[in-house]
Design a protein around this ligand. Structure first.
Ligand code: COA
Length: 208
């Protein structure tokens, strides 16, 4: 499985906004890719979780290097928000098998959000928890049953939280899949793109 797919929606979105994305399978030993200060911050997490975080940070360091940035630790603040070097915005995500990272210069993109999930159906009792009444009316059941809105909303949350510091419920965000815009009932706005396959992957960007 390759994502973002060459020429696909995510890659097109990333190129338009100057974002670089990296994704790969998590492998045994990725936990040692954590820098000492990162390992210290994540020490309480179980091995699989530290391994996933190590894989995502290794990807992010590669992306930063592509921008010419010096290698650095990517710490976390007290809310879990990843800490990027001055001049950069980024986001990390991982599921059971894969890690994902996205990085951009912060002149145009003040914050990024990335998320991925297996493209498996949502439990039916979760459909109305994730989709607002307006989204339930707008999108067909086949789409609502996939995790598209779930993944896009998680990505949007990651892009919006660092500045707003507001925890959001799924119903606090409305997703317009046609325009690729997300907005919260509190006035937060971001752009996004998503792609399906074995995984659903979404990238959200808050314009500076
Ligand atoms: C932040 C959150 C979305 C992460 O989701 P997750 O499925 O647990 O984990 P993911 O693998 O997708 O993402 C983990 C990464 O997100 C980043 N992250 C964690 N908290 C974050 C926050 N508040 N803001 C932005 N990024 C955050 C970190 O980089 C983390 O990676 P790390 O632990 O290796 O540093 C989730 O923990 C959370 O706080 N959810 C509450 C809000 C919410 O989801 N509302 C419904 C959607 S609006």
């Amino acid at each position: 499985m390759i994502f973002p797919a060459p020429g696909g929606a995510l890659q097109t979105f990333a190129e338009r906004h100057g974002i670089r994305i990296g994704a790969r399978a998590i492998a045994p030993g990725d936990e040692v890719r954590l820098w000492p200060e990162e390992a210290e911050a994540l020490a309480a997490l179980r091995l699989e979780r530290r391994r996933a975080s190590g894989a995502a940070r290794a990807l992010a360091r590669n992306l930063l290097a592509e921008f010419g940035a010096r290698p650095c630790a990517i710490g976390r603040d007290g809310d879990g928000v990843p800490l990027w070097p001055p001049g950069f915005a980024g986001s990390l995500a991982h599921d059971e098998t894969h890690a994902l990272a996205a990085v951009a210069r912060s002149e145009k993109i003040s914050a990024l959000g990335a998320d991925l999930e297996p493209d498996a159906p949502l439990a039916s009792e979760l459909l109305e928890l994730v989709a607002t009444p307006a989204e339930c009316a707008r999108y067909d059941l086949a789409l609502l049953r996939r995790r598209v809105l779930f993944v896009v909303k998680e990505a949007a949350f990651k892009a919006l939280f660092p500045a707003d510091r507001r925890f959001l419920d799924f119903h606090d965000i409305e997703i317009d899949l046609g325009s690729g815009r997300a907005r919260t009932k509190f006035g937060g706005r971001c752009l996004f793109a998503w792609e399906g396959g074995a995984k659903i992957v979404a990238l959200a960007a808050r314009e500076a």
